[in-house]
Structures are given as C-alpha cells and as structure tokens.
Design a protein around this ligand. Structure first.
Ligand SMILES: NC(=O)c1ccc[n+]([C@@H]2O[C@H](COP(=O)([O-])OP(=O)(O)OC[C@H]3O[C@@H](n4cnc5c(N)ncnc54)[C@H](OP(=O)(O)O)[C@@H]3O)[C@@H](O)[C@H]2O)c1
Length: 345
C-alpha cells in the first residue's frame, strides 16, 4: 500500500483548510522530496485560501511556499541537491508547478524543484530556515526585474543608492540585506519602531513612511550624501506614488527603474523616463528555473553559509502544527508588523 502523510488542504476557495491524509509522492526527475519540519506564511496563502486568488488550478489544493526540513528522496536527474538526510530550506510551491498539490508547502512531505533547495546551516533552526524562500526570491527577483544582475558588486566609488519602500515587510528585509550585498547604499522606509532593526540589516538611512514630509526628507538625504538614486523597489501596496515622487527629484536625466512587488493596478502612476514593472520571475519555465537556481544556489547558499544573510524579519512562531494553520493564516491576514509567521510541523 502507498505511504501517506498528513496535509492541510484547501477543498474550495473561501473555506478553512482541512487536515487529511494524502499519498506521499515519488519525486519527479527534477524534484526533491522533503520531510517538512517548519513552514512560513506569506500573504498569497490567505488570498488563495479565502478567495482562490491568484488562481488555484487544482482542488483539493495544498497551499504554501516556504519549508524547511530533511531531504528524504531525490529525483533521477537531480545533481545539485544536498544528499538524503540533509537539513534544507526550499521553495515548495504548487503555484510554480501548475497547481500540483504534491508541491505545496502545507504538508508533512512536500516536493520542491531542485533549483529551489538549499542546505540549511546547523547554526539555523528549521523555523529560521523557513522564513527565507519566497521572501528572498521576491527580493532577488526585484533586482533582475530592474535589470540588475545578482552578481553585481558595486563599490562606494560607484555611489549607487536604492530606495526600498516597505523595508519592515518580509520581502523588504531581504531587499535591504541583498541590496547591501550588491553594494548599494540603502534608503528605506518603515515605522519608527523598526528603524534600528532595518539599519542593523544594512540600511544607511530609514524614514517613517507616515511622515508627511517623508519624500522631501529622503530627497534631501540623497542629495546631501551625493549619491545616485535611480532604482527602487516598491515592496508594499501604496508605495509606488511615493517612490516615483522621490525618483522624480533624484534621477535627473537618467532612466529610472522600479520593481513593484504587489500586482500593478490598472492606471497606476507613471513617471517620465522610468520603467515600472511588476516584480515577478519569467513566465518562460526554462528562464524561470535558471533564475530560481541563481537565487537559491548562486546567491543565497554562500551567504547562508557565511552568515551574511540572516533570517528576517523577527520570527513569530505559532503552535498547532497543520491544525494550527488556519489560525496562523488569520493572524497573517489581520496584518503583521516586522514579523514573519512560522509554524513548526
Ligand atoms: N510579486 C511576487 O512574486 C510577490 C511575492 C511575495 C510577496 N509579494 C507581495 O509583496 C508584498 C510584501 O509581502 P510581505 O510578505 O513581505 O508582506 P508583510 O511582511 O506581510 O508586510 C507587512 C509590513 O508591511 C509594511 N507596510 C505596510 N504598509 C506600508 C506602507 N504604506 N509603507 C511602508 N511599509 C508598509 C509594514 O511595515 P511597518 O511594520 O513598518 O508598519 C509591515 O511590517 C505584498 O504585497 C505581497 O503580496 C509579491
């Protein structure tokens, strides 16, 4: 008889997840089967549970993207994954696998494509490991969306600055950390209670996004520092207009680039000589798989190993395992401030 495992499944949009037994899959040629020890939550998870959006092509569905656990089995073509028994973190996401429920995170055994699996150093717990995958990938995809390679390493002589609007978000914290690794001077926005923390992650200056003068304060600081600010990541809803207001003053005659992590609304604001793109990996599978490998193997793995990319933001560990996921998703939906919700399984 086939082996089974427990999974929290979405049977239809707008209903709570239900814990059921599912058949444990064999890994496909490029898959890694992971025994999941901790999952982290992202806004897409409650959107898909509650509204079935972004579209969920297959029900019952297994939602979620972020896992940490043990490698249990690897597919026949996999050459890059850590061996069976290794501790790993991974993007286990049905979203990138045509809705395949075997690839969703919210279950005790999940498949992940090999490009999205990275060794978890012994210094990090499974809970800490689970906070990286989707948030890191989104922060890194913003760079390539802006036309900036992940191998970029500016020096202070380049005077390159970047604006991260929404730095206390999960994606925003990795936007700051990765910006520092690429050699940017980081201007960021967050609530004042997070300013010291965002600076500890590598930001040069942090501004209160609720301050009526926030735009002019950022512009003055960039001018005073004598830096070039043409690139920005609008991480959160409502960021784009402010980001453009800053770039209007700082870009001069230079073309500017903005990566917008939330879906760009119809009729969104624009700015002359400025490219504004939805921050999303390529729809071409081959290009996307290479990009995912560049993120997880090329960029993340060495920085995890040497401790240069720390788990962020602060962990908010919720108990209850798979049964606790609905309550944890409700907390995510109500809004988090400078925390990432993690559920040990
Ligand atoms: N395109 C993609 O592939 C992709 C992937 C993942 C996520 N996303 C999107 O990226 C966004 C961020 O996701 P996340 O998981 O990082 O979110 P999150 O951690 O849930 O974001 C919460 C944080 O947002 C900050 N925030 C809210 N409104 C703000 C504003 N007007 N200005 C500045 N900061 C603000 C808050 O900061 P304070 O605590 O300082 O108030 C809070 O800490 C979401 O829209 C999500 O849907 C897109």
């Amino acid at each position: 008889m086939a082996k089974t495992h427990a999974a929290a499944v979405s049977q239809q949009a707008g209903t709570p997840l239900v814990v059921v037994e599912r058949e444990t899959p064999e890994p496909g040629p490029n898959d890694v089967l992971i025994e999941v020890k901790a999952v982290a939550l992202n806004p897409i998870d409650f959107y898909q549970r509650d509204y079935g959006m972004p579209p969920v092509p297959i029900y019952p569905a297994v939602l979620g993207s972020d896992v940490a656990g043990y490698v249990t089995k690897v597919g026949s073509n996999v050459t890059t994954a850590p061996p069976v028994g290794s501790r790993v973190l991974a993007l286990a996401s049905a979203f990138y696998q045509n809705g395949s429920p075997d690839h969703g995170a919210f279950q005790k055994f999940a498949l992940a494509q090999s490009e999205a699996v990275t060794a978890l150093p012994d210094s990090l717990s499974f809970e800490q490991g689970a906070v990286y995958p989707l948030a890191v990938m989104t922060a890194l995809t913003a760079w390539t969306t802006m036309g900036i390679s992940l191998t970029t390493r500016f020096t202070p002589a380049d005077k390159q600055a970047v604006l991260i609007w929404g730095a206390a978000s999960s994606v925003g914290t990795y936007a700051v950390q990765s910006a520092k690794a690429l050699g940017f001077t980081v201007y960021a926005t967050a609530s004042p209670k997070h300013h010291d923390y965002i600076k500890s992650l590598g930001a040069h200056a942090v501004f209160d996004y609720k301050d009526a003068d926030v735009v002019s304060k950022i512009v003055s600081a960039v001018r005073q520092d004598g830096l070039k600010l043409y690139n920005a990541h609008a991480v959160v809803d409502g960021a784009l207009q402010h980001v453009l207001d800053v770039l209007k003053e700082t870009k001069g005659q230079n073309p500017a680039q903005v990566a917008n992590s939330p879906v760009l609304p119809e009729g969104h604001p624009t700015l002359d000589n400025t490219t504004i793109k939805f921050n999303y990996p390529s729809f071409d599978k081959e290009v996307r798989d290479k990009h995912i490998g560049d993120c997880f193997h090329g960029f993340l793995a060495p920085l995890l190993k040497n401790g240069a990319l720390v788990p962020s933001p602060h962990l908010q560990v919720e108990s209850g395992g798979l049964e606790g996921l609905n309550g944890a998703l409700d907390k995510q939906r109500a809004g988090v401030s400078g925390t990432k919700i993690v559920v040990p399984l």
